[in-house]
Design a protein around this ligand. Structure first.
Ligand code: ATP
Length: 238
């Protein structure tokens, strides 16, 4: 069952210069939920996640754990458990898997960091097998696992994943799916941005459809599955 509201967005608008990318978006995420933002290329999903995690200036209000995001710096937000795994993954390409994970656990004490490392290696055995491999030499799917693993090293209360399945083979998407379900069973709160509607609906408790910078539809996974417009326009599109 969802808990208290962790993230509350009211009338959020974002501009790149004079060009408006998001217009008066409102959404919320409760503790323990998996929420997904879906929508086509260029709809504004990345802009939405980046503004919610303090990476972009915005108009309106974004409150994480009751505090306005724009009034805090990103480091403080990360320290309070708001972890964002960005679309381009932002790995350190010449660092090994292990070094990348250590970077994600910088703010932890030694024993907690070791525990988190064990946890991430249990969740993604492929990373365990490749501890000494440089990130840039890994496949796209392995890099995605590493990006998620590095964010998990920060011991998130809210984990945002931007397009975690983008460009990945079906067999790797299954591994990411299994990891997401494991995180759900542990009660972690997740916010996904996804063009892959099938993946999003498989995991999300609630969804928001974003088109050209505004929320066109919101509802439960069942409501989305039974919605004619969503079915016709999005299901099966990956
Ligand atoms: P994708 O799945 O392709 O990443 P998206 O739904 O995440 O798409 P955004 O990347 O948030 O969409 O883009 C939303 C709109 O903002 C698009 O029209 C895009 O061209 C524009 N945009 C994004 N980043 C910038 C930028 N740095 N400068 C100017 N316009 C931008």
């Amino acid at each position: 069952m969802p808990g208290e509201t962790l993230l509350e967005v009211d009338d959020l608008s974002v501009f790149y210069g004079s060009s408006q990318a998001l217009g008066e978006v409102s959404l919320d995420v409760d503790e323990g939920e998996i929420v997904s933002v879906i929508g086509p290329n260029g709809a504004g999903k990345t802009t939405l996640l980046e503004s919610m995690s303090g990476l972009l200036p915005y108009e309106g209000s974004v409150r994480y754990q009751g505090q306005e995001v724009s009034e805090r710096n990103v480091r403080a937000l990360v320290g309070d458990g708001l972890l964002h795994c960005t679309e381009d993954r932002d790995l350190f390409p010449f660092f090994t898997v292990h070094q990348n994970l250590l970077m994600g656990g910088q703010r932890l004490g030694r024993s907690e960091r070791e525990e988190r490392l064990d946890y991430v290696y249990d969740l993604f055995p492929r990373l365990d097998e490749r501890r000494s491999q440089e990130a840039e030499t890994m496949s796209g799917g392995e890099q995605q696992m590493l990006a998620i693993g590095r964010a998990l090293m920060g011991d998130p209360d809210l984990l945002m994943l931007d397009e975690p399945t983008q460009g990945l083979a079906p067999v790797i998407i299954e591994d990411i799916s299994d990891a997401v379900e494991e995180l759900r069973s542990e009660g972690l709160t997740l916010l996904l941005a996804e063009q892959n509607t099938t993946f999003a609906m498989q995991h999300a408790d609630r969804l928001y459809l974003v088109e050209t910078g505004t929320i066109e539809l919101s509802g439960t996974d069942e409501e989305f599955k039974n919605n004619d417009y969503v079915r016709d326009a999005y299901i099966g599109i990956t």
